[in-house]
Design a protein around this ligand. Structure first.
Ligand code: CA
Length: 181
């Protein structure tokens, strides 16, 4: 394959990956004491083979972080734990994003939100290749009495395969060099 054909192929791969990013929004809910609490998102028109997933939880507040276990259930029943009873009694108050590209799970210091690895593994390893269409459920269950909280909402983002951005950059570099030639 010559350079021109390679650049074209790379650009196609990059544009196909970027076109697949889709975001779906779910309702907020109260985190009731000693209860299972959840919200669902119905995905349609999504990929039949999931390339990647990210989850955003908006304005998570609670008066005892260690009460909470949070998990995402896919349409086919597969489950991943996002956090499980963080070892702290302190009060979370922030937006929590879960991504395979993060460096660590939620810890006792993470009370104002941020971007974290799911504590139960990776989204790619749990959901990769599954059909994205159907009902997704986010649970934040409260396992100890005395403290409560809420979230304002959540998002499920179906992201392109890891590396799509790097491929796009390489394609652009090759095209740019040819234009200057
Ligand atoms: Ca509680």
């Amino acid at each position: 394959m010559n350079t021109k054909k390679l650049a074209f192929a790379l650009a196609l791969v990059a544009s196909a990956g970027l076109a697949n990013a889709q975001t779906f929004s779910g309702s907020g809910f109260a985190i009731r004491d000693l209860s299972a609490n959840s919200s669902t998102i119905s995905v349609s028109g999504g990929p039949v083979s999931i390339p990647g997933i990210e989850v955003t939880i908006f304005a998570l507040t609670h008066t005892w972080f260690g009460d909470l276990t949070c998990y995402l259930t896919a349409p086919n029943g597969d489950v991943i734990n996002l956090f499980v009873r963080p070892p702290t009694g302190n009060r979370p108050n922030g937006t929590y994003i879960f991504s395979d590209s993060a460096s660590a799970p939620v810890s006792r210091a993470d009370l104002s939100g941020g971007t974290f690895l799911p504590v139960g593994g990776t989204f790619a390893g749990t959901f990769g290749g599954d059909d994205s269409n159907g009902i997704w459920r986010l649970n934040i269950d409260d396992l100890a009495g005395g403290d409560v909280g809420s979230i304002q909402g959540w998002q499920l983002t179906i992201i392109p395969a890891p590396g799509a951005a790097a491929v796009m950059g390489l394609g652009g570099l090759i095209i740019g060099r040819r234009r200057r030639a």
